[in-house]
Design a protein around this ligand. Sequence first.
Ligand code: PRX
Length: 636
Amino acid sequence: MIMKFRVGSYEEYKQAYAASVNDPSGFWAGVAEEFLWRRQWDKVLEWDFRKPDVKWFMNGRLNITENCLDRHLATQGDKPAIIWEPNDPGEPHRTITYRELHEQVCRFAAVLRRNGIQKGDRVCIYMGMVLELPVAMLACARIGAIHSVIFGGFSAQSIADRLQDAGAEYMITCDGGYRGAKDIPLKATVDDALSVCGFVKRVIVLQRTGIPVTMTEGRDVWWHDEVAATEGSVTTAEEMDAEDPLFILYTSGSTGKPKGVVHTTAGYMVYATYSFVNVFQVRADDIHFCTADIGWITGHSYIVYGVLCAGGTSLLYEGIPTWPDAGRFWDIVGKHRATILYTAPTAIRSLMAYGTAPLQGRSLASLRVLGTVGEPINEEAWHWYNEYVGGKNCPIVDTWWQTENGGIMISNLAGVTPAKPGYATLPLPGIQPVLVDEKGDVITGNDVSGNLCIRFPWPGMLRTTWGDHERCRLNYFAAYDNMYFTGDGCYRDEQGMYRITGRVDDVLNVSGHRIGTAEVENAINMHEGVLESAVVGFPHDVKGQGIYAYVIMESMPDDDRHMHVRAAILVTVTEVIGPIARPDKIQFVSGLPKTRSGKIMRRILRKIAEGEMHALGDTSTLLDPAVVDEIKRTKV
Ligand code: PRX
């Protein structure tokens, strides 16, 4: 399906951008008209960032799954909606058409209702990258339940925290999941989480790996049994208000507890689809291979919602880039003739480490557009991607955005607007970025750096953080008056192109995953014998940023015990958060550099972790300057 709102030239981009700033309501109404509504909106936008209170397409009524599925049936029911490639290349892949996906979603929606799930209920989904994961999400959306997908790498403790925060009484999971050579015991992890979440009434379990699992009578049911036992299907989707929540997605911030970012129905739908079609310059026959996990926002928008709303074909891969070997991505591209590849710089860097041999004998000729997301891309990785994957023939879109944004915010549009390595380049129509200085004043002109804010609402923005609206205000709308603060630093070059320079808050970006330093510190502090810890990032060749932890123990471990204690701390962090939060380096110290008021001077710790011992700056205000010498001396 080709949508009229695709801008096809640089000129058209400029016109669309100008229109979106001069008349935002008129502009977005024009975009929204291309979707399927049960009832038209009365008013396009009402907003007040100070509260914050943002409403798009007021009193419009719709169901997003009718946009993802039903409306394609007449024109392209037999087109593949999702191609699923299993972890094991020996297992057959599965292709599901729009008609089949529609049927499965309607049927599973009936299963959800049969299990007591109603509009507004929260449903946590903890599954591997199987075809049934989008089915589960869409089935929730079909009946108006709010899904919250939890990345399959998170620990039982993390699941429990999210279930509690969302007040979710329902879960959907798998017996296990495949990722490379590993079998992940998903249901066993859920069982651990539920040992402290007695309020969960029902767990629906999909059989994927066949590993033995414990099924708790009265609570746990099998997906296949439920589908077999359910009569009928939800052919009439629940009518939702434009501003009804669609999903919650937890993400890390600078405080210890992850927050539940809330996206609502219509605005998210419009923005995810608009950005998908424009950034990738989507065509009717595209096969879109987004390698992100659906547990992150990238998967929500560019494997599921945006792609399906646009009537595209999404390629969903269960496994990891390097299994069974480092040519797997290229095999998948060749096998399914993928035309768009959207991945993270960390994946590119990890594949670069294998050289170009894995690319030999694999056909990448189908590729038309390449994309990156999640972290700044270094020039070396950009050039490798361009030369060896794209054959210098595919535009690379460097897409900057965040969980809170719903869709891509700053990016070149493939082949339409100019690219520049290392730069996200220009804002999408509808997005009004500004750079702000420490005092909160907007920095005008070009060749300037500042903190990146957005000064006008866009349809895909978060509306609140679940259960704690004040937290949303404080996190995003309180730093600068009447603006959304991204937490990123940014440079605008002479031509007005944007380059994201990284987080300016205490959030790390490890392999494109957002991790709060406070979260990791909390986890380390839970380890027996730990008195205090401080976590900072340091440059890492593959991960972009690595995690460096300074730890004070009740009694300093002697050299023989260092390894043992380090390993034990890693186990604790894995249990509390998950493997992605494991520190790369742990240094035992007897004290931390603190100001007289007791605040840890992270700037100093960061410099030491980066190996820039001579650039520590003024340390005279420290309570105990000698501690810095010790930390420098014992750096790992
Ligand atoms: O620091 C920015 C970085 O990732 C952060 C958002 O993380 P998350 O919410 O997990 O979403 C990731 C995928 C949408 C941002 O604050 N980031 C994301 N994309 C880029 C980026 N940094 C530089 N360039 C990008 N293209």
